[in-house]
Design a protein around this ligand. Structure first.
Ligand code: PLP
Length: 731
C-alpha cells in the first residue's frame, strides 16, 4: 500500500496498510483483498470497482453512502460468506488490487517534481468521493480530480487539507423552498483514513501558533491511487474545546475560526510535511486559503539564520498559486484586529513588524484602509500564478494589475491553465463501454489527442441515441424516487407527491441546472418570465423537464432566496410532474445528473464564472451545453457543439438579466426543443446526435484533467530560466 514517493518514512503509509490488515482480519479469508482495496480510493475510478462492493449488499452499499469501509464493517455475516464463495467476484477483486499495485511503480519525475521531492498540493477542500464529505463544490471537485489524474499520470504529488469532523452541511429545503442546514459528524475510523504515527508509534502531531496559543494537530492519511492526501485534525485533548472546533466545519461561519482554518492549512501543512521528512520541490496553493505556506517556509529559513530577503526569495521560488474566482466572497478580506488575534506573533517570527506584514495582503500596500486578503499574498509569494480558463486569466490580470503598477494589464504575470475533469471518474459506465467499443484500444491513455476522439463520428447514430435514452431513463427513475422522498419530507401536498410518483418521462427533453446557489450563477433567470416558462414547461408538442439542485452557503441569504424563487415553479401547471429540486447536491447526485441530462444550462453573470466544470462532465456523457460564453465555455463553444448566450458585459445588470433570460428562452423554444424532437423514420433525432458527436469530438480532448495536469507539469511545475515567461503560463 505504501508508495515509492514516501517509502520508509513515518508518513502514515504503514498505518494505512495496518488499517486494511485489521479490517481484513475480521473478514472471511478470501475477502482480505476487499479490505485492501477499500483503503485506496483507486477503486472508485476503475471499471467495475464500485460493483465489487455493491455486489456484497446493494442496499447497504447505498445506505453507507458508497463507503467501502462502513460496508465491510456493517455487512452481515451472511452477505460476507456469500461473497467469499463467489470466486468470480473475488477473482475480479484480485485483478483490481494488482492494478493498484502496478500503479505504484509508475511515479516518475515531472517538471521540478521527483519521487523524492514531490509537489505539495494544498487546498481547503477535496472532493475525492461522496463517502469522504470534506468538500463544498467546484473547487473541491477540481482538487480531487487533480489528485486522481496525478496518480494516473504518475506525477509525484502529496496533498494536504483539513479533516472537517462535520464536513460541509447537509441541506433540506422546506415547503417554501427555504434552505435549512444540518450537520452529521464524520467518524474518521469509518472512512478509508489512517492516523499517521511517529517512530514511537504515537500519533504524529505538530503545533501551530494560533490565537495566542499553540494548537496541536494530528494527521490522517487517505490514499488516492498513488497520491497520499494528508488531513490535519485539531480534535486533540491538548486543545481547548473552542480550538478543537477549528477543524469542525468547512467554510465555517465564524470569521475568526475560518481565518484560523486557513492559517492552520498554510502553516500546519508545511510543518506536518517536515515532520514526516517530506521536502516538496513545489508548493501549489490551490486558491488563497493556504497562502501562509510560503511564509512558513521563509520562517523556517529565518530561524536557521538565513536573512529575510534570501528566505523570502527561496520560498517564492518554490511556490505556485492558482486563483479560482473573481467573486468577492472568494477573496475575503480580514481587518487588522482579526489578523492580530489569529496570527499573534507569526509576523514577528518572519522578521516583520505588523504593518509590513499587513501590506503583504493588500493590493495597494500603503492603503491602511485595505483589508488583508489571501489572494494578493498568494500572488506576491509565488513564482507563478494562474487563473483557470483563458477568459479568467484575462479577468485576473485586470483584477490584480494594481499589484504590478509598472506593468500594463496584458503583461501582468498571471497566466491560465483551463480546468478539466477526470475522465474515468465522470464517464458513466455505459458511456465508457460505448467508447471502449468504438475508440481505439487504450484510448484512455491518449485522451488528450484529438485523433483519439475522431472515431466518435463513425459510431452509428442509433447507438448513440440508444445510449442517451438509456442514461436519461436511469436518471428519470432515480429522480422519481428522490422527488417523492424529498416532497414527503417537505410536507408537500398529496397532489405534489403523487405528481412526482407518476411524473417525469423517460422520453422528454431533460434539462439540468445544478450548482452552488451563489447569486452570480443567476438562477432567477430560469423563472424571470413566468408566462414563457409556463408555456415551455407545459408544452404538449415539445415536453421539457427540469432537474434542479444546489446548496447555498448557510450565511448567504441571497443564495437561499434564489432557491426559494425556483419554488415559484410550483404554481405552473404540470410543473409537479416536470420540475424537481433534488436536495443535497453532492458528488453522487452530480454523477447521475451529468450522465442523464440532455441539456446542461449555465447562466453566470459574465465575467464571474472563472471556469465551471460540470458542463465538461456533461460533454463526456453525450449531453449538450447551453451556457453564457464565460469561463470554459467561452473557449469551448464553436457554433455547432452546443448553444451559447453572449458573454459580453452589459453595464446595467438588470438590462443584462432581461436580455440574457430572453436569449435563453428563445434558444430553448426555437433551437433546442425543435432539434431534440425532430425525429427521422427510425425515431432518431439525427441533427441532435450530430451535435452530440461534435461536442464529444471537439471538447473531449480539451477539457480532461489529463490535459490540465500536463499543463501544470509543463508550464507551472517546471523550471524555466526566464521567470517572467514562466509566470505567464499560457497567456
Ligand atoms: C462538478 C461539480 C461542481 C462544479 O460545478 P460548476 O458549477 O460547473 O462549477 C460543483 N459541485 C459538484 C458536486 C460537482 O460535481
Amino acid at each position: 500500500m505504501s508508495d515509492t514517493v514516501t517509502a520508509g518514512l513515518h508518513d502514515g503509509s504503514s498505518e494505512v496498510v495496518r488499517a486494511a490488515e485489521e479490517m481484513a482480519a475480521r473478514l472471511p479469508g478470501p475477502l482480505s483483498v476487499f479490505a485492501r482495496i477499500a483503503y485506496n480510493y483507486r477503486w472508485s475510478w476503475t471499471s467495475g470497482g464500485a460493483e465489487l462492493f455493491s455486489s456484497i449488499d446493494p442496499l447497504r452499499w447505498e445506505r453507507s453512502g458508497c463507503n467501502p469501509v462502513r460496508l465491510l464493517l456493517e455487512a452481515s455475516a451472511d452477505a460476507l460468506a456469500r461473497t467469499a464463495a463467489n470466486t468470480d467476484l473475488v477473482g475480479k477483486a484480485n485483478t483490481l488490487w494488482q492494478e493498484i499495485q502496478d500503479d505504484r511503480g509508475r511515479v516518475h519525475t515531472a517538471g521540478r517534481a521527483s519521487p523524492q521531492r514531490p509537489v505539495a498540493f494544498l487546498c481547503a477542500e477535496f472532493a475525492v468521493h461522496q463517502s469522504l464529505p470534506i468538500y463544498a463544490g467546484g473547487l473541491g471537485v477540481l482538487a480531487g480530480d487533480i489528485l486522481k489524474e496525478a496518480s494516473d499520470l504518475g506525477v509525484p504529488m502529496v496533498a494536504v487539507g483539513l479533516l472537517y469532523r462535520q464536513g460541509y452541511f447537509l441541506q433540506r429545503l422546506d415547503r417554501s423552498g427555504y434552505q435549512h442546514e444540518y450537520w452529521i459528524p464524520l467518524d474518521p475510523e469509518r472512512v478509508p483514513a489512517a492516523l499517521v504515527r511517529n517512530h514511537e508509534g504515537r500519533p504524529l502531531t505538530v503545533t501551530v501558533p494560533l490565537r495566542g496559543r499553540q494548537l496541536t494537530v494530528q494527521l490522517w492519511r487517505v490514499q488516492v491511487g498513488s497520491v497520499p492526501l494528508f488531513l490535519l485534525d485539531a480534535d486533540r485533548p491538548e486543545n481547548s474545546r473552542t480550538d478543537r472546533w477549528i477543524t469542525a466545519r468547512l467554510y465555517e461561519s465564524n470569521r475568526a475560526i475560518r481565518l484560523a482554518q486557513y492559517a492552520l492549512l498554510g502553516i500546519g501543512s508545511m510543518r506536518v510535511l517536515a515532520a514526516m521528512g517530506l521536502n516538496p520541490s513545489v508548493v501549489h496553493l490551490n486558491e488563497g486559503h493556504a497562502a501562509l505556506a510560503p511564509l512558513e517556509l521563509a520562517r523556517r529559513d529565518i530561524a536557521a539564520g538565513v536573512d529575510r530577503h534570501t528566505a523570502f526569495t527561496a520560498a517564492r521560488e518554490r511556490t505556485v498559486f492558482t486563483t479560482h474566482t473573481p467573486v468577492g466572497a472568494g477573496n475575503e478580506g480580514y481587518d487588522i484586529a482579526e489578523i492580530a488575534e489569529v496570527l499573534g506573533d507569526f509576523p514577528a517570527d518572519i522578521g516583520m513588524d505588523f504593518e509590513a506584514f499587513l501590506q503583504l495582503g493588500r493590493t495597494r500596500p500603503d492603503n491602511p484602509a485595505e483589508p488583508f486578503v489571501m489572494t494578493p499574498l498568494g500572488i506576491k509569494m509565488s513564482r507563478a500564478a494562474n487563473g483557470v480558463s483563458q477568459r479568467h486569466g484575462q479577468v485576473s490580470r485586470q483584477m490584480w494589475q494594481p499589484l504590478f503598477p509598472e506593468r500594463p494589464v496584458d503583461t501582468v504575470p498571471i497566466g491560465h491553465v483551463t480546468n478539466g475533469v477526470h475522465v474515468p471518474t465522470w464517464l458513466a459506465p455505459e458511456m465508457r463501454e460505448l467508447l471502449d467499443r468504438h475508440l481505439a484500444p487504450g484510448w484512455m491513455s491518449r485522451q488528450t489527442d484529438p485523433a483519439t476522439w475522431a472515431a466518435v463520428d463513425d459510431i452509428p447514430d442509433e447507438e448513440v441515441w440508444r445510449l442517451r435514452s438509456l442514461l436519461r431513463a436511469e436518471l428519470v427513475e432515480w429522480v422519481r424516487d428522490r422527488s417523492v422522498a424529498n416532497r414527503l419530507a417537505r410536507s408537500d401536498s398529496r397532489e405534489l407527491v403523487a405528481a412526482a410518483e407518476r411524473g417525469f418521462s423517460a422520453d422528454a427533453l431533460t434539462i439540468g441546472f445544478a450548482r452552488r446557489l451563489a447569486t452570480y450563477k443567476r438562477l432567477y433567470l430560469l423563472t424571470m418570465e413566468p408566462q414563457r416558462v409556463a408555456d415551455l414547461i407545459s408544452s404538449q408538442e415539445h415536453p421539457m423537464q427540469l432537474i434542479l439542485a444546489g446548496k447555498a452557503h448557510p450565511d448567504d441569504e441571497d443564495g437561499k432566496r434564489s432557491a426559494q424563487g425556483l419554488f415559484g415553479f410550483k404554481a405552473i401547471p404540470h410543473a409537479g410532474e416536470r420540475v424537481a429540486f433534488i436536495d443535497n447536491y453532492d458528488l453522487g447526485i452530480a454523477s447521475r445528473l451529468v450522465a442523464g441530462c440532455d441539456l446542461w444550462v449555465n447562466l453566470p453573470r459574465p465575467p464571474l464564472e472563472a471556469s465551471g466544470t460540470s458542463g465538461m462532465k456533461v460533454v463526456l456523457n453525450g449531453g449538450l451545453n447551453l451556457s453564457v460564453l464565460d469561463g470554459w465555455w467561452a473557449e469551448a463553444f464553436d457554433g455547432e457543439n452546443g448553444w451559447a448566450i453572449p458573454g459580453d458585459t452589459v453595464f446595467d445588470p438588470g438590462v443584462q438579466d432581461t436580455r440574457d433570460a430572453a436569449a435563453f428562452y428563445d434558444l430553448l423554444e426555437h433551437d433546442v426543443a425543435p432539434l431534440f424532437y425532430d425525429r427521422a423514420a427510425d425515431g432518431v433525432p439525427h441533427g441532435w446526435v450530430r451535435r452530440v458527436k461534435r461536442s464529444l469530438r471537439t471538447n473531449g480532448p480539451r477539457f480532461s484533467a489529463a490535459r490540465m495536469v500536463h499543463d501544470y507539469v509543463d508550464t507551472v511545475y517546471t523550471v524555466r530560466a526566464d521567470s517572467d515567461s514562466q509566470a505567464q503560463g499560457h497567456a
